[in-house]
Design a binder for this molecule. Structure first.
Ligand code: KG4
Ligand code: ZN
Length: 354
């Protein structure tokens, strides 16, 4: 197990809409993490606008970096290596982080370490813990762009057990929130809306894809849309409502959006928990890692914890969503593997974990 890294590592994450810089000591101890989320500028469009995202990264990345250095109490000249996300992510956003990191590494004459964002999400489980997860582990990465079940043999040694066949879980949260007029980003909005009711008569269909570790959320999203638009057929309505008196077309029921949000959240969480636990059992995992933006969801955290047969590692909510501290840990692993590079490094928007 890799427990240390360079004395001072600066890590940069700009793959999507968060501009984040972290300073880590010995590779894995975060001394400062400064993140700036770009919620407002995208909220008016109801989703992330890539051009806007890269432009904002460009405007603020140096200020975010300065704040991180000052919070860590060190000078830029003390940095021993620079780790930066090269993919997967939005090309323009990745380019801003990479060019900023490349410039820093060049000026400081230190190694530039390319990092896979998905490995970063796994590495988040090594932050803020007394004992790191025992391996092998099964990791569920659930974010706005990804839903992947990964077998983690060792840092750097991964096998994808299953992934989504259509929407990522976070993407489904974002789209359903938009449908219900709850705003952006959808995950926290759905969670807040769902918390307004304690139970719901709605029971959305789950896509189990039996015999696989894959996921699918597009059927669920379509069912939410049909209910929201009052376009359920009688059979579908009967299946969806255990007590079908509750639902009649066009009837306005109190807290309608909250009921739909809760039923949607329950359907997504059920499938994520069931499939992760099954994969952990089949592959004799010694721990389970739940990570990525959707892992900030408290129902998912609670239900995974209740079902986990082995220790469950869930990073703090601020380390589940995109952040540079997790990129720093993955960068330290890469350095230990000898992957740091003085070679030309390019962005890899479609990069996979394995
Ligand atoms: O990991 P992340 O910050 O960015 C990507 O790499 O995609 O994940 C962002 C996603 C968004 O889709 C957001 O709606 C979702 O994570 N998310 C949540 C919650 N907080 C963020 N989903 C469900 N419940 C939450 N509390
Ligand atoms: Zn992410």
């Amino acid at each position: 197990m890799i427990e240390t890294g360079p004395p001072w590592l600066l890590a940069i994450e700009t793959s999507c809409d968060d501009t984040s810089v972290a300073i880590l000591r010995d590779g894995i101890i975060p001394m400062a993490t400064v993140s700036q989320a770009q919620i407002e500028p995208h909220a008016i469009f109801g989703g992330i606008v890539p051009e806007v995202a890269s432009r904002i990264h460009m405007q603020i990345v140096d200020e975010v970096c300065r704040s991180a250095l000052s919070q860590a109490g060190i000078k830029v000249g003390e940095i021993d290596a620079v780790a930066v996300t090269i993919g997967p992510g939005l090309p323009g956003s990745l380019m801003v982080g990479l060019e900023f990191g490349r410039g820093l590494a060049y000026g400081l004459e230190v190694p530039l370490v390319p990092v896979n964002h998905l490995e970063g999400h796994i590495a988040a489980a090594w932050l803020d813990v007394d004992r790191p997860p025992e391996l092998p582990a099964v990791a569920l990465i659930v974010s706005g762009g990804h839903t992947e079940l990964v077998f983690v043999k060792a840092p750097g040694s991964y096998r994808v057990l299953g992934r989504t066949r259509d929407d990522a879980a976070g993407e489904a949260f974002d789209k359903v929130a938009r449908m219900l007029g709850l705003g952006f980003p959808g995950g926290p909005k759905i969670e807040q809306a769902a918390a307004m009711v304690s139970s719901t008569p709605i029971d959305f269909p789950r896509s189990w894809l039996e015999g696989t570790n894959d996921f699918s959320f597009s059927g669920l999203k379509a069912a939410v849309q049909r209910l929201h638009d009052d376009k359920l057929g009688p059979d579908e309505a009967a299946r969806m409502f255990s007590n079908s008196d509750v639902w009649t077309p066009k009837r306005a029921w109190p807290n309608r959006a909250a009921h739909i949000a809760l039923a949607f959240e329950q359907a997504v969480v059920d499938v994520l928990v069931h499939k992760t636990i099954r994969a952990a059992e089949i592959h004799h995992a010694r721990s389970i890692i739940l990570t990525g933006g959707v892992a900030a969801n408290s129902r998912l955290r609670r239900e995974m914890q209740a079902a986990a047969p082995v220790p469950l590692y869930i990073p703090l909510p601020s380390r589940c969503t995109d952040n540079a501290a997790m990129i720093g840990v993955a960068g330290a692993w890469a350095i230990a593997r000898g992957d740091e590079s003085f070679q030309p490094v390019d962005i890899a928007p479609g990069l996979r974990i394995a």
